[in-house]
Design a binder for this molecule. Structure first.
Ligand code: APR
Ligand code: PHB
Length: 390
């Protein structure tokens, strides 16, 4: 079997790249480890930058997003028992973000791919990229007990943090940078109206809390927890009590409680691998970098990589020029590192660390107070939150 680009992984990165390439007639095959139902059941974050929206639209997957997404023109920071709104639109010349779950983004892209009759091979095991340091790369995998091979021009490693593509690169050719944070986020989904019409990021001496949403009837909430916390110890009642204790009274009073239908603990990590290109293999999205969710950048960074790689492949196929592919790693990483910096900074400012004593708590509050009262500092936050330019 032969195709132009083999895409390993059918998350948002792989699906979006596949749809964009389809718009210019470049053939792709996606190899995915899990089955379709599993893929569509994962719960992830849900804040999309305008640049991400534009790219999804260009890929033909923007219709439901435009109809059902919730445009947000501001966020609130909560500390010292009060809410402080950051007016994203006013501070960025009218930009906003869209709240729309990543699960729905994935579903829209899968629907689009299926409607176009493009090939995705689910439950492909033992996927292995080969020969990417030469002119004739290929990928092998096992499906239904049979080993198969696909020859191609390029391999896109869109297979997430635990994928095979990054692991296939010779150790001496790659460098990684990492920061693990000493806490997790306990997140729940519940069929209740959100506490506020915008997101609330709360710094509290008991730990961070976040009020988010999926729709006018579905809320997504998080509280900072210990990494070794047992999810079984977090009844819904305990969760709601803890959330309300960490919010200012005016927000706590508006929290509507109800049974959770999803509850999980996620660790927080910053990670970057460099470079993103190894001959004819490209790393994209979570396969190359992870950010803590505090800045809502994970999916947006995946889309950012996809945009640069798409430009490079378009230049290669249309203009017969390798320049865009050669520039991919440098261009993508420049934007990645700025989002890594922003996510790290939001994380440091909003969470309680093991060494956050009363002094450190006051320093965090002073930084937040400065941030919400200085036009320059608010504008810097807003500019990063809505997404830096490409
Ligand atoms: N072979 C085939 N597929 C694989 C393999 C493998 N060896 N390993 C992983 N995969 C698949 C996973 O099952 C998953 O469907 O690759 C896909 C990777 O998807 P994501 O982890 O969602 O990564 P990405 O598409 O880059 O999306 C980034 O997802 O994790 C969030 O915060 C992140 O929002 C960001 C977005
Ligand atoms: C979410 O809705 O899941 C969400 C929103 C904002 C974040 C992180 C997660 O910063």
């Amino acid at each position: 079997m032969r195709t132009q680009v083999v895409i390993v992984g059918s998350g948002p990165s792989g699906l979006l790249l596949g749809q964009l390439l389809a718009t210019i007639g470049v053939a792709t095959v996606i190899l995915e480890r899990v089955d379709r139902d599993h893929l569509l059941s994962r719960v992830r974050a849900g804040v999309l930058e305008q640049g991400t929206l534009e790219l999804l639209d260009e890929a033909g997957a923007g219709a439901r997003l435009k109809a059902e997404g919730l445009p947000h023109e501001g966020i609130s920071l909560a500390f010292d028992d009060r809410l402080h709104r950051i007016d994203l639109a006013a501070l960025t010349g009218g930009k906003h973000v869209m709240v729309y779950g990543q699960t729905e983004v994935t579903r829209d892209l899968v629907d689009q791919r299926e409607a176009a009759g493009l090939t995705t091979i689910y439950q492909a095991s033992h996927v292995e990229p080969h020969g990417f340091d030469g002119e004739a790369p290929y990928v092998t995998f096992e499906k239904d007990g049979v080993i198969k091979r696909i020859d191609c021009d390029f391999i896109a490693g869109c297979d997430g943090f635990h994928g095979i593509c990054r692991a296939s690169v010779p150790a001496g050719a790659i460098r990684t940078y990492e920061r693990a944070y000493p806490f997790g986020w306990l997140g729940i989904l519940a069929e209740v109206p959100p506490a506020d019409h915008e997101l609330i990021y709360a710094n509290h001496p008991r730990g961070f809390a976040l009020c988010s949403m999926r729709s006018a009837r579905r809320s997504r909430y998080y509280v900072q927890c210990r990494l070794d916390d047992d999810i079984g110890d977090w009844s819904d009642g305990r969760f709601w009590d803890e959330l309300r204790r960490r919010l200012p009274p005016e927000a706590a009073a508006k929290v509507v409680t109800g049974p959770s239908f999803e509850k999980s603990i996620a660790p927080l990590r910053s990670f970057v691998a460099e470079p993103l290109r190894f001959g004819r293999l490209f790393l994209v999205g979570d396969a190359a970098h992870i950010v803590p969710p505090t800045g809502a950048k994970g999916l947006n960074l995946a889309a950012s990589d996809v945009r640069y790689l798409f430009w490079g492949l378009r230049e290669f196929y249309r203009d017969k020029s390798p320049a865009g592919l050669e520039a991919y790693s440098g261009r993508a990483l420049a934007r990645v590192w700025k989002a890594v910096r922003f996510s790290w900074w939001m994380t440091m400012m909003l969470h309680r660390f093991p060494d956050t004593d009363d002094f450190a708590q006051r320093i965090q509050e002073a930084e937040l107070d400065y941030l919400v009262h200085s036009q320059a500092a608010s504008a810097a936050l807003a500019e990063n939150y809505v997404g830096l330019p490409y």
